[in-house]
Design a binder for this molecule. Structure first.
Ligand code: FAD
Length: 398
């Protein structure tokens, strides 16, 4: 019995692989000309935006292992994350792991017993905005919690839920959980292409430019897909983003508020190791330096999403040059702003607001399973959530 998987983002790719491994024939439909969705390579090979994983993302790392590309995700900063505070010019190495804080020179600014207690309290107290919970510890909030919230929840900490942050924090306690990994060459060669190859190798069929227009449902069961032609269907996985899933299944409860991520990609050639630098008091939040280019991430970038490249690029490049000088990053770093491409992902993820996360039924119909980063209530919308949701959708179809 063929299962049709709709959407070739990480969730759909994971569902397709899991179904094929369980011996089910699969047809994967993707509305665009390429796979990856919100974690994709653009036509010129650049990633739409930097994607980082941490050791706690066991499902995502397990998928990479299965695809034989785990070693292509490198750990750029094993000794601590270089962080430049643009307000006072201080350059520090900060450990993401509380165990690392045993070393005084790896501690985040503002660390105190009170700040740690307030952070731990998020797991037990009432759900409220993170900024409110950390109000008594402004230095630790600014230097550690706020960047963590923006990076993991893609939501300003004035709005972000303490309960959602607590889900993240609980996972970061284990050994190796905070180790940070990035794709050495990019999402295309190090994730998406290997997943497509594995799907095809297992006999799966991938149809690009195949947009699901509607679902035909009779007597509470899915009977056909409308992809421009009518395809009688016995089972399907809907691995589309929330707004599209709600269009296809009216009445489905999906997150409605989303946050943008603004990405700037500077052309640069030159060798040197992959580096990952954090910023405080700057527009840049994270900068990934790869031999093929330099990429800036601005999560929860509501204001930056309204600005254009002529404003964003020189501002970011100025901050990058400060970090290059502060951390002695080797290579050629021209004073003049290099060619820059801006990618604005306006609905990068749902906003993780105060309130109970949605927990949609995995099987809204007996033969239709839901997947997608937004459908995994135990984690923020991330690659790890997408992988888990895809695998769970495949399992739910039996
Ligand atoms: C710039 C950026 C940076 C990010 N950084 C990180 C990070 O560092 N770490 C991390 O873990 N996560 C990160 N994320 C989040 C991560 O990319 C997403 O959580 C994940 O990719 C979502 O996968 P998905 O399969 O659930 O959804 P999507 O990627 O949205 O996939 C859905 C797919 O369905 C297709 N589709 C839609 N409608 C139809 C239709 N009608 N018919 C057929 N196909 C359809 C779409 O084209 C798409 O390919 C980032 C996201 C962005 C945008």
């Amino acid at each position: 019995m063929t299962v049709h998987v709709i959407g070739a983002g990480v969730a759909g790719l994971s569902a397709a692989l899991a179904l094929l491994e369980a011996g089910r024939p699969v047809v994967l439909h993707e509305s665009t000309a390429g796979a990856g969705g919100r974690a994709r390579a653009l036509a010129d090979g650049t990633d739409n935006g930097t994607h980082a994983l941490v050791g706690a993302n066991t499902a995502a790392l397990g998928l990479l292992e299965k695809l034989g590309v785990r070693e292509r995700w490198v750990e750029p900063e094993p000794d601590g994350l270089p962080v430049l505070d643009c307000a006072d010019g201080q350059a520090r190495l900060i450990s993401l792991s509380p165990f690392g804080w045993l070393r005084a020179d790896r501690r985040p600014p503002g660390l105190s017993l009170g700040a740690l207690a307030a952070t731990a309290g998020m797991s037990f107290g009432r759900d409220r905005p993170v900024a409110e919970a950390m109000a008594a510890h402004p230095d630790f909030h600014r230097g550690f919690i706020d960047p963590l919230v923006v990076a993991t929840l893609n939501t300003p900490s004035t709005e972000a839920s303490t309960a959602r942050l607590a889900q993240v924090l609980r996972r970061l306690g284990g050994p190796g959980a905070t180790r940070l990994f990035v794709a050495e060459r990019g999402l295309g060669p190090d994730l998406v292409q290997p997943a497509l190859s594995a799907i095809r190798k297992l006999g799966g069929e991938v149809r690009f430019n195949s947009r699901l227009r509607g679902l035909e449902i009779t007597d509470g069961r899915l009977v056909a897909l409308d992809v421009g032609e009518r395809i009688p269907t016995e089972a399907a996985v809907l691995a589309t983003p929330p707004w599209e899933s709600a269009r296809l299944l009216p009445g489905l409860d999906v997150p409605e508020a989303h946050a943008p991520i603004v990405n700037l990609h500077f052309a640069r050639t030159g060798g040197g190791p992959v580096r990952f630098i954090g910023f405080l008091g700057a527009m840049c939040q994270w900068v990934l330096v790869r031999p093929s280019g330099v990429s800036v991430t601005v999560s929860a970038g509501d204001a930056e999403a309204r600005e254009d490249v002529d404003t964003l690029a020189p501002r970011a490049w100025g901050e990058i040059l400060r970090a290059v000088a502060a951390f002695g990053i080797p290579g050629e770093w021209p004073i003049r702003t290099p060619e820059c491409r801006v990618v604005k992902e306006r609905r990068a993820t749902p906003r993780h607001l105060v309130g109970k996360p949605l927990a949609p039924a995995r099987l809204p119909l007996p033969n239709l399973a839901l997947a997608g980063d937004w459908s995994w209530p135990d984690l923020p919308a991330t690659i790890d959530a997408a992988v888990r949701s895809g695998q769970a959708a495949a399992k739910a179809l039996g």
